[in-house]
Design a protein around this ligand. Structure first.
Ligand code: AP5
Length: 208
C-alpha cells in the first residue's frame, strides 16, 4: 500500500504514521525527520536546510525530490510506504507520480485553533525524534524522554513566528494539492480531532 499523508503542520501526521506503520507493516517516511537527522549529523544536506527549516520555509523542490527518490528506492519501501510531509508542492506531486503509483492520499483535517495548540505544546526528544505534547501526551517526568532520559526540546520551527509562517506556506504551496489529488480520485478526508487510537481505527476502515 502506497500512502501519502497530507495536511497542515501539527495535524498529527507524524503521530498517526508512527502507529499506522506497524498496523500496515510498511515504513514511515517523513521528509521532515530525514532533514532533521541530517541537521543533527551535520551533513552537507543538513547545513543546507537548517536555516530554511527553522524559519518554516520549504526546502527547494529539486533537493527534496532527489532525497525522496533515493529513499523510495530502498528495499523496505518496495512493499509500500507512508509518505509523511511529501509531496508539499505541485512539482513534488508531479515528480512522485513519475516515481511511484500512489494508492491513497489521506487529507488530515483539523481546525486551525487546535493546530496552534498542538504545535505550541509539542516537545520532542532530539536523538530519537519521539514526540510528546505538554497536555495531550505528556512524558512520565516533565521535560524528560520516557525511554532515553534525555531532556525534551521545542523544535525551532515550533516557535510562534515560524508556526505562523508554516501555516502561510501550507496554504500557498501545499493546500492546492487537495484539489490536485481530488481530481485524480485519490483523496480521502480524515477527521483528526479525536484520540490517535480512534483516528487509526478510522484510517483502517478507509483502507482495509
Ligand atoms: P515536517 O516535519 O514534515 O513538519 P510539518 O508538516 O509541519 O508537520 P509536523 O511535524 O509539524 O506536524 P505533524 O502533522 O506530523 O504533527 P505531529 O504528529 O507531530 O517538516 C518540517 C520542515 O521540513 C518544513 O517546514 C520544511 O522546511 C521541511 N520539509 C519537510 N518536507 C518537505 C517537503 N516535502 N518539501 C520541502 N520542505 C520540506 O503532532 C503535533 C503535536 O500534536 C504533537 O505534540 C502531538 O503529540 C500532538 N498530537 C498529535 N495527534 C494528536 C491527537 N490526535 N490528539 C492530541 N494531540 C495530538
Amino acid at each position: 500500500m502506497n500512502l501519502v499523508f497530507l495536511g497542515p503542520p501539527g495535524a498529527g501526521k507524524g503521530t498517526i504514521a508512527a502507529i499506522a506503520k506497524d498496523a500496515f507493516a510498511i515504513p514511515h517516511i517523513s521528509t521532515g525527520d530525514i532533514f532533521r537527522a541530517n541537521i543533527k549529523n551535520e551533513t552537507e544536506l543538513g547545513k543546507l536546510v537548517k536555516e530554511i527549516m527553522a524559519s518554516g520555509n520549504l526546502v527547494p523542490d529539486e533537493v527534496t525530490i532527489k532525497m525522496v527518490e533515493g529513499r523510495l528506492g530502498e528495499e523496505d519501501a518496495k512493499k509500500g510506504y507512508i509518505l509523511d510531509g511529501f509531496p508539499r508542492t505541485i512539482p513534488q506531486a508531479d515528480a512522485l507520480s513519475r516515481m511511484s503509483n500512489v494508492d491513497k492520499v489521506i487529507n488530515f483535517v483539523l481546525p486551525k485553533e487546535e493546530i496552534l495548540k498542538r504545535l505550541s505544546g509539542r516537545r520532542v526528544c532530539k536523538s530519537t525524534g519521539r514526540t510528546y505534547h505538554i497536555i495531550y501526551n505528556p512524558p512520565k517526568v516533565e521535560g524528560i524522554d520516557d525511554e532515553t532520559g534525555e531532556p525534551l526540546i521545542q523544535r525551532d520551527d515550533d516557535k510562534e513566528e515560524a508556526i505562523l509562517n508554516r501555516l502561510e506556506v501550507y496554504e500557498k504551496s501545499t493546500a492546492p494539492l487537495i484539489e490536485y489529488y481530488k481530481a485524480k480520485g485519490l483523496l480521502v478526508d480524515l477527521d483528526c480531532s479525536g484520540k490517535p487510537e480512534d483516528i487509526l481505527e478510522d484510517l483502517k476502515k478507509i483502507l482495509l
